[in-house]
Ligand binder design. Structure first.
Ligand SMILES: Cc1ncc(COP(=O)(O)O)c(C=O)c1O
Length: 361
């Protein structure tokens, strides 16, 4: 086998090796079943058990209260940009959007198609380098909901705590920091996340929705776009991504064995600190996000020129450090260091950065 390299990709991203090994071992035949997970009915008892492990895994790890539903849908976080306003933004009301980066902008664009939207804050002017302070938020107390992006994957800025939104339901796109640390789920009305960074393969979207929100959903939505369909059908209204849900069940088990989300946060903060310390140690590297808003998942930084950035990414790839080129919309360098990314890989990158600076300063 070609040796595995350090994969800094923003997503789909690195997976825990024990999960890949277990999936590989059971690929042709699940123990005692004689068929692959991809070959069995989504209505079979075997799949019901796998589904239950994924669902209870998420509930236990995240401490999801009983009045929430955990759904495994398809269409990516991008479809949630539309489903959230279609379900929760009535025609005569307005929703608040706090824009801290590129994904928030995309969510806003879709919400505008559904109804009235108030941009409660946008950090675009500063180039999306920080999370707004409480006094910078122009919140509408009557808003149908407030939408945030807990971690902006492209710019590398992350909310460290929830904004104070009073009684207004808080909706979050948590695609790139879900399961990276404990979060108080009860402060949110709805959380959604594509699986392909910290939770599993692409093709499954987690939605955690508080039960009372279902009453707000207007009648007449297309069946597949109505959250009630998936709550009533327990995510099995149509054929779900069985393989993706299976991998999520394995990742939940891996996370539990590691000590859960508090332990994950400890490891993630340590890994991120190694990199941010390396960036701060020199003026050759310039961190994109303000220190208070720095993501522990996506570490973004610049070099003195675009030419050097290209050289850096290419030289890193040649040394088995892949996926460091920043998103095409903002450039620079981005090191995505999700849960499964090993600390040794971060240490290798830090050594590479030091050597690269010595040669190219
Ligand atoms: C924060 C965030 N939101 C939304 C998306 C879009 O997700 P998907 O490709 O699953 O639609 C991404 C993808 O990388 C993301 O990082």
């Amino acid at each position: 086998m070609t040796p595995r390299i350090y994969n800094f990709s923003a997503g789909p991203a690195v997976m825990p090796l024990p999960v890949l090994e277990e999936a590989q071992r059971d690929m042709l035949s699940l123990p005692g079943i004689g068929m692959s997970v991809m070959e069995i009915s989504h209505r079979s008892r075997t799949f019901a058990e796998i589904f239950e492990q994924a669902e209870s895994g998420i509930k236990e790890l995240m401490g999801v209260p009983d009045n929430y539903h955990v759904l495994f849908l398809q269409g990516g976080a991008s479809l949630q940009f539309s489903m959230v306003p279609m379900n929760l933004l009535p025609k005569n009301e307005s929703a608040d959007y706090i824009i801290t980066g590129s994904w928030g902008k995309k969510a806003l664009k879709e919400a505008k198609r559904s109804g009235t939207v108030n941009v409660a804050a946008t950090m675009a002017d500063g180039g999306f380098t920080r999370i707004p302070e409480a006094d910078e938020l122009n919140l509408d107390p009557q808003a149908a909901y407030v939408h945030i992006t807990t971690n902006e994957t492209i710019e590398g800025v992350e909310w460290k705590r929830e904004p104070a939104v009073g009684e207004t339901p808080l909706v979050a796109d948590a695609s790139s920091d879900i399961l990276s640390r404990p979060i108080p789920v009860e402060k949110y009305a709805l959380i959604y996340a594509g699986a392909q960074k910290n939770m599993g393969p692409s093709g499954v979207t987690l939605v955690i929705i508080r039960d009372d929100l279902l009453k707000r959903i207007p009648d007449g939505l297309h069946t597949m776009l109505d959250y009630r369909t998936h709550v009533e059908g327990k995510s099995l209204y149509n054929t779900p991504n069985t393989w993706g849900i299976y991998i999520i069940s394995l990742i939940c088990k891996w996370l539990r064995d590691k000590g859960g989300l508090s332990e994950m946060r400890r490891e993630n903060e340590e890994k991120a600190k190694l990199l941010y310390d390396a960036i701060d140690a020199t003026d050759f590297y310039l961190g994109h996000a303000d220190p208070d808003s720095r993501s522990i998942m996506n570490v973004t930084f610049r070099l003195p020129s675009e030419e050097l950035e290209k050289k850096f990414a290419a030289a890193a790839t040649a040394q088995g450090l892949d996926g460091l080129k920043g998103h095409r919309s903002v450039g620079g360098i981005r090191a995505s260091i999700y849960n499964a990314f090993p600390r040794a890989g971060v240490e290798t990158l830090v050594s590479f950065m030091e050597a690269f600076e010595r040669k190219n300063r």
